[in-house]
Structure formats: C-alpha cells, structure tokens
Write a protein that binds this ligand. Structure first.
Ligand code: KG4
Ligand code: ZN
Length: 364
C-alpha cells in the first residue's frame, strides 16, 4: 500500500511516499528557514504564502522520486493539526483536493502522533536507530515504550503500548524545550533557529560552568517547565555578560554597574543545554522504570540535539534499555512520518477542518 503524505503545519513544505507504513520511497522537504531568518521566528503570513507557492511542486517531486504516478497511490494523508492555522490549511486542502479529484481515500493525521511513532518508521526501514542491537529492530517488539516528544511547540512524555494506543504522562506547563533553545539563542544573539546553534557551540563549552536550575526535576509529576530556566539565563547574562563566539562580533555587554566576567558563550550554551537534557532524560528514565518498559524513544526537532542523544544513550545502556532515535531528517518536520502513520489509520471524510491547537489526545 503506497501512501502519499503531506505536511505543512509550520515552516516546512513536505511531501513523501511511504509503502506499507515502513518503506520510505521519497521524502521531499522544502525548508523556509531562510525566509523567516530575518525576522528571528516564523511569520505565519509568509509561511502560508510560501506553502501555497511550493505545495504543487513538492508533491510532484515526491511522486516523481518514488516513481509512482498518482493513479497508483492508494491513499493520501495530510496533517490537520496542531500547528499554524494558515499553514495547516494549505497542506490539508491540497491533500483533500487531490484525494477527491483522484478518487482516493483521505486520511487526516495528528502531527504530534506522527512525531511519536517516527523512530519506529526508521527502525523498520532497515536504518538501524542508534543503540538498537542487531536483529532487534522488529517494529512490534518495541512496545510498550516510554517516549519523549520534544519540538519547538511541545514537550510531551508518553507511555505507548501500540501504535495509536498511548497515554500522556506529562507535558510542559509553560515553554516547550525547543522554544527554550530558540529563546536562549536569541538572548545570546545567535542565529535562527537557535537549537542547532546552541548545540554546536555547547560542544566547545563546559556544561558545569554555570549551575542553571533543573526545574521540576524532583517534582513527582512527569510535567516539565522551561520558562524559569530561560529567565535564569537572562539574569545571568544581565549580571555577567558573555564573550561573543565569533571574532569581531560585538560582545553582549553586562548591565551598568555589574562586574563583567569572561564567561564564554560556549559555556552558557553548554550549561543551559545540560540543564534541559538533565530534566528530559531524568523524567524519561523515571517513567521507564515506573512503567517497567524496556524501550525508550525520542522524537521531534529537539531529539536531534547531540547531548540529548548522547545522555539518553548512555543512561539507557546503563539500565539495559533499548533506545530508539529517528535519523535527523525524520526528527524535524517531514511528511514521511505522516504517510507512515496513515497506514495505521482509517480514512476520514472530506469535511474535516484544521485543528491548530489539537492535543496528542488519548486515542482508544
Ligand atoms: O519538530 P520540529 O522540527 O518542529 C516543530 O514541530 O516544532 O522542531 C523544531 C525545534 C526548534 O525549536 C529547533 O530549535 C529545535 O527543534 N532543534 C534543536 C536542534 N535542532 C532543532 N534543539 C536543540 N538542539 C538541536 N540540535
Ligand atoms: Zn514537528
């Protein structure tokens, strides 16, 4: 069964063809990062207009690369939420229109649920996820698992017992993990999006240089909070200032009347990142223990983070747990995860509208 997936929930225009929910035949992603960079964040109007201009070409390229004409596609799937309303509308309507015109079933997909199961897609396609021992990549054997979904808009910890059967254990009560990375990068006057820049600079920094708070790490719930950490970084910078990373770039000056130190921006990045990673890994492993699962997985843009991957890997190894991580191009927004999940979902009717703030929910 060949499914065409379409994803336009934020600033990526993407289409992909996936066979039987596992085999990626094509995976086309057109990123709008350069378009939004001058504004330091996604501008919804620009995003929607760009999706509209590109959607046709991206879908055509996905079908061409898969060498499957639309007549041989068995179903068409598109993201209906969560995301930016004006961006979602473009992909959802393109998908519905195409399905209607071609007489194909249409499947609406929840973006966060697609992220949740994306590490399974990778393992089933023969791309071994990090730390999965040879011969253990059978898709169904991964359940039950505890899964972290960490993106620019969400931070969710889930206990999943099968595809479509998951319970939310906790989520952020304020900023998402990716949002914290992006905001701290802005404070440090780094580029957009901030997560990859902070990750890169942190590699040359000392994670123990500054003791930033591990908010809610000791809280018995599985909820997260990252806005206090972002504020702690802000206050630190106001008090101490940092030395700019690039020769010639202007240093962020400390506030008048405070003592300037020679804190390196690399140290701020590494210390902030370590605080985020400690909380994410700490809670995920506590949940793995409480729910007695043997598999832990992570997905979403922040799961690209090198320190998160490293620490999750080390801690899972120590406990004999299997860790599933999607390859980088399946962690950030893509349509392969949409087409893959659609294989497991019933076709819906054409009246379904976008749902910009739909949650991950507790499907039956
Ligand atoms: O899943 P995603 O592509 O889009 C959403 O659905 O939000 O996630 C984007 C987020 C951004 O906040 C970005 O800064 C973050 O993922 N991100 C990272 C890294 N790469 C992307 N955060 C930390 N380290 C990275 N290497
Ligand atoms: Zn996403």
């Amino acid at each position: 069964m060949n499914i065409l997936g379409i994803e336009t929930s934020c600033d990526e225009t993407a289409a992909a063809v996936v066979q039987d929910g596992t085999r990626i035949l094509s995976n086309v992603i057109s990123s709008q990062i350069d378009l939004h960079r001058p504004y330091g964040g996604v501008v919804p109007e620009l995003a929607a207009r760009n999706h509209l201009q590109l959607i046709d070409a991206v879908i055509t390229e996905a079908l061409d690369k898969a060498k499957i004409p639309i007549t041989d596609i068995d179903a068409i799937a598109a993201t209906y939420g969560p995301g930016l309303a004006s961006s979602l509308l473009i992909g959802l309507n393109a998908g519905k229109g195409l399905a209607f015109a071609a007489g194909k079933p249409f499947v609406a997909i929840n973006h966060m649920e697609a992220h949740l199961y994306s590490p399974l897609l990778a393992s089933a396609t023969g791309v071994p996820p990090v730390a999965v021992p040879e011969g253990q990549a059978g898709r169904l054997s991964h359940f039950p698992m505890v899964s972290l979904i960490v993106s620019g808009g969400h931070t969710i910890l889930v206990h999943a017992t099968a595809i479509g059967h998951h319970e939310i254990l906790g989520q952020t009560v304020d900023d998402a993990a990716g949002e914290a990375f992006d905001k701290v990068a802005k404070l440090l006057k780094l580029g957009y999006p901030g997560g990859p820049e902070v990750d890169r600079l942190a590699k040359a920094g000392n994670p123990r240089a500054i003791a930033f708070p591990r908010s809610m790490l000791d809280d018995p719930s599985y909820n997260f909070s990252f806005s206090g950490l972002k504020t702690a970084v802000l206050y630190w910078l106001r008090k101490h200032g940092v030395v700019a990373p690039v020769p010639g770039a202007r240093d962020a000056a400390p506030a008048a009347g405070t003592a300037a130190t020679t804190t390196r921006v690399e140290d701020v990045c590494a210390s902030f990142q370590e605080a985020v990673v400690d909380v994410l890994v700490g809670k995920a492993l506590r949940a793995a223990e409480q729910y007695r699962v043997r598999t832990v997985s992570a997905s979403g843009g922040v799961s690209v983070n090198s320190r998160l991957r490293e620490k999750l890997g080390a801690e899972c190894d120590r406990r004999g747990l299997r860790l599933l991580l999607a390859p980088v191009n399946l962690c950030t927004d893509n349509a392969a995860m949409i087409a893959a999940l659609a294989f497991h979902k019933p076709a819906g009717d054409f009246s379904l509208d976008v749902a910009p703030s739909v949650g991950l929910g507790v499907p039956g």
